[in-house]
Design a protein around this ligand. Structure first.
Ligand code: WQD
Length: 337
């Protein structure tokens, strides 16, 4: 049984990926410093799959702690989620973001180099494209100067991996996520934003739950169908399954280059108002919102061209927008209990 190290494995996307890894027969080792999640998620994963993953409370900024994990476990592959990811916060704490997101990556790759390990999957983001020149966005769209420190850590991270993978024969794949959302069908795991949610979907669900008074829609003067910004909202389970597909590509040595990257989205764009309308319809409720000015740094529109990912990873999304929004609401209702 192949053993996979999942950093940040108790986080939103990490936990859903651990479930899919176990469903596929992989043995999982999670490291997480619990800075943006709860240890309860470990029990929830165990409830869903019936198998408790190995867990080590590790801060990926501590090189010696990372080393001890590799001394303990023979690792056949790594999926690296652990990173700070709040776009706005990254602008106020650049050094925290560069230290956390990049030193952790370097320490992991150094262990892989020293122990001649292989198969590295990196959590990247469509934010590397900025406002793409053409839509839908393909993998050969140019990477643009990052508009946030967070986005820059993803761009630099990809460059570190590109330069490392060829030299040390560490076959790697970066998955460029579009907008992850929703919750596992068991409603035992989902998004756990700490404090005021920065992302749209948790703010929508918290407004519907009465935790937030009303949703502010950041701008309705974009050159889009209804003036609000367009994004590609992908259910977190579909996203998790893309990691399994990428891992299998590497383990089965189907990769064509030592470093590859794929756009992971649904291929469909939804505006903020379309999200609100779909959320209200599928959950049979009215959402309290108002239109305000644009948020600094936001782009007009982004949605994925999924042709390459569908073909090369033999993967495609299976969960539609309404089902995804329904799962997000069911998850929120469980939190409010
Ligand atoms: C989506 C749309 C907002 C909140 C970022 C990162 C990306 C990834 C996901 C980490 C935008 C609008 C939002 C609100 C709103 N990060 N909005 N009111 O900015 O597309 O992507 O988060 O994994 O890398 O770049 O996501 O959910 O913040 O915003 O109107 O209260 O919703 O303007 O158009 P974004 P988001």
């Amino acid at each position: 049984m192949k053993k996979i190290l999942v950093t940040g494995g108790l986080g939103f996307i990490g936990s859903h990926t651990v479930v899919e890894l176990q469903n596929e027969g992989f043995e999982v080792v999670i490291i997480d410093n619990l800075s943006n999640t709860s240890i309860d998620v470990l029990d929830k994963i165990t409830e869903i799959t019936g198998t408790k993953p190995a867990f080590h409370k590790v801060d990926v900024r501590v090189k010696s702690d990372i080393k001890s994990v590799f001394d303990t476990h023979k690792i056949d592959g790594i999926i690296h989620f652990a990173a700070f990811k709040a776009v706005g916060e990254s602008m106020n704490k650049p050094l925290d973001y560069y230290e956390n997101n990049l030193s952790s990556l370097i320490y992991l790759l150094q262990e892989m180099r020293d122990r001649k390990l292989d198969n590295f999957i990196f959590s990247s983001s469509c934010t590397v494209y900025g406002q793409a020149n053409a839509l839908p966005i393909t993998e050969d769209a140019p990477v643009k100067a990052a508009e946030s420190v967070y986005g820059n850590t993803k761009q630099i991270g990809e460059e570190i991996i590109r330069d490392t993978s060829n030299t040390y024969k560490i076959n790697s794949i970066a998955l460029r996520y579009f907008n992850p959302m929703g919750a596992h069908p068991s409603i035992k795991i989902g998004e756990l934003p700490i404090g005021v949610p920065q992302n749209l979907i948790p703010f929508v669900t918290q407004t519907a739950a009465g935790i937030r008074k009303e949703l502010s829609v950041f701008g309705d003067d974009y050159p889009t169908k209804d003036g609000t910004a367009v994004r590609d909202y992908i259910h977190v389970v579909d996203l998790a399954k893309a990691h399994i597909a990428a891992l299998r590509r590497l383990i089965n040595k189907k990769n064509k280059k030592s470093f590859e990257y794929f756009n992971i989205g649904t291929g469909k764009g939804s505006s903020v108002l379309e999200i609100i309308n779909a959320f209200e319809k599928v959950n049979n409720l009215k959402l309290n919102y108002k239109i305000v000015g644009r948020r600094e740094g936001d782009i007009t529109a982004a949605f994925a061209d999924t042709t390459i990912a569908n073909k090369e990873l033999n993967w495609k999304t299976e969960i539609g927008l309404e089902e995804a929004l329904e799962s997000a609401w069911k998850w929120q209702q469980k939190q409010s209990v």
